[in-house]
Design a protein. Structure first.
Length: 501
């Protein structure tokens, strides 16, 4: 029987997605809770918080003080987001434009920053954890960090400081020169074919009162050139399966997309391209000569589903979209290719074994909870029906708001177990069932089989053989193998996972 291989070894290979490049964190993204003070006139603040300004992008003059030491002025502040604009005043989200009125002014190199209220997340940990997992998995996404926000001296609670996807972002991730077009894609940006006219795509707007373009050009705006995006969408729709399979890799970073999609499914990012045609960027990287994909706004994750995707903790990883091919034709066409589908399964397996598992995440979450707890406890906006003191119960037990929110830890446990089960249905057996150990190992893997009596083989996801024999001694030495996951093949059994640390 032909054995399918799904498990990824981190050997360098041009075919697999390269590790993402992240610039220096400075102190903005060092995982410590920093303080941001915003100072503006009382008249401006009253207007900023007024109902009349909720659905405008009007900017107000302010001063920003970082960690009570670095003062930046003049700076622009405005509201940001869509549903977050309906939040109570104390949980509003803001965009900070540092160089709006003073060209060249930055905060540690950043011209724009977001302060997200995370109004749906009682733990304030989801967006932070999602960004952490993406970075650890080698996926380029905007970085996040907790900050304590003060406006005119009054504590407004925690915010999630988020990097903006702008010119600096794409040039530090994908190469500095030349600059390519970056599209921010929001609902209903399904990459559906709407005909040959660029203006048709420019006229597609998201449903907020701001009437923003669903395919919103964020770099090279002066040219307003959608021709490249139009060519890509046309290829998706007008190529048959063989043409698509042969040509998509030269136009789109498929492996980067599959790696990101695998993590989005595990964290439950249903408000993404695959499930909800929302919250992603497409960037044409001139150096690579193809499109790059990366997600954003990953706060409705880890079990927040609002009954849109109620089975988010155990939804089949192989049928995770909303079932309507026209809503995400790029994803469905890629996953219809058997090799790409196997690659996707390999990335799921990689994430499960390395970062998306209770053993890795729970200690980190415990540390994060203790770090955030004092700031949440003092937050004047968490009271009454919004009460939350950062206690362990909200993290470790099922906590729901109208049954729409899992606690963070139970979601991780459930999703990890269900994804493993769904992979095991493909003939891959669990780590603990391997005929030997230790597993994981940093060197020798001792086998409970008789030496010399059975042919054995170790491969990676591509079926490349890393070791083959009969067994001479009662162990296989993996010391020189790259860290990652491998498959141990025996003559009359399904393959077993071995994790090399």
């Amino acid at each position: 029987m032909l054995l399918r291989c799904f498990l990824l070894a981190f050997a360098s290979t041009a075919a697999f997605a390269q590790h993402a490049i992240y610039p220096s964190n400075g102190t903005l993204f060092d995982e410590q809770v920093h303080r941001i003070d915003i100072q503006l006139s009382s008249d401006s603040l009253n207007l900023l918080w007024s109902s009349a300004e909720r659905w405008t992008n009007r900017e107000f003059l302010c001063t920003l003080v970082y960690d009570q030491s670095d003062t930046l002025a003049p700076v622009a502040i405005r509201l940001r987001g869509n549903t977050s604009r309906n939040a109570p005043t104390g949980k509003l989200s803001y965009r900070i434009d540092i160089n709006q009125w003073l060209p060249g002014q930055t905060l540690q190199g950043h011209k724009h920053l977001a302060l997200n209220g995370s109004r749906n997340d009682p733990s304030m940990a989801r967006e932070l954890t999602a960004a952490y997992l993406m970075e650890k998995a080698g996926i380029s996404v905007p970085r996040c960090n907790p900050v304590a926000l003060y406006i005119n001296g009054q504590y407004q609670g925690l915010r999630i400081l988020s990097e903006y996807a702008d010119q600096m972002f794409v040039q530090t991730r994908f190469g500095s020169n030349p600059l390519g077009p970056l599209f921010k894609c929001t609902w209903p940006a399904n990459l559906g074919w709407e005909g040959p006219l660029e203006q048709t795509y420019k006229n597609i707007v998201n449903p907020s009162p701001l009437n923003e373009r669903a395919y919103d050009l964020k770099t090279l705006e002066a040219g307003d050139d959608y021709s490249g995006l139009l060519d890509f969408i046309q290829f998706i729709h007008q190529s048959n399966s063989s043409q698509f399979s042969a040509g998509i890799d030269s136009r789109f970073n498929v492996q980067g997309f599959l790696k990101a999609l695998a993590m989005e499914i595990l964290i439950g990012h249903w408000d993404n391209y695959y499930f909800n045609k929302n919250n992603y960027y497409l960037y044409w990287a001139p150096q690579a000569g193809r499109w790059e994909y990366f997600p954003f706004d990953m706060d409705n994750t880890f079990g927040i589903h609002w009954n849109v995707c109620p089975d988010v903790d155990d939804r089949d990883i192989h049928q995770w979209g909303n079932g309507t091919t026209a809503d995400a034709p790029l994803a469905y066409k890629i996953l219809a290719n058997s090799q790409f589908r196997a690659d996707f399964e390999g990335y799921v397996e990689q994430h499960l074994a390395t970062v998306f598992n209770p053993g890795h995440l729970f200690p980190r979450l415990d540390s994060l909870r203790l770090k955030l707890q004092p700031f949440i406890a003092q937050d004047p906006n968490y009271n009454g029906s919004n009460a939350y003191l950062g206690d362990e119960q909200r993290w470790s037990q099922n906590f729901s708001v109208n049954s729409d929110i899992w606690a963070v830890k139970p979601y991780i446990s459930s999703r990890h177990a269900s994804a493993l089960t769904q992979l095991q249905g493909l003939g891959i057996q669990d780590l603990g069932q391997a005929p030997g150990g230790p597993n994981p190992t940093d060197g020798r893997f001792w086998l409970n089989v008789e030496s010399g009596l059975e042919p054995l083989r170790i491969t990676d996801i591509w079926g490349r053989v890393w070791w083959e024999g009969p067994l001479i001694q009662p162990y296989i030495d993996l010391a020189d193998f790259p860290a990652g996951m491998y498959l141990l093949h025996r003559a009359n059994a399904s393959p077993f996972r071995i994790l090399k640390k």
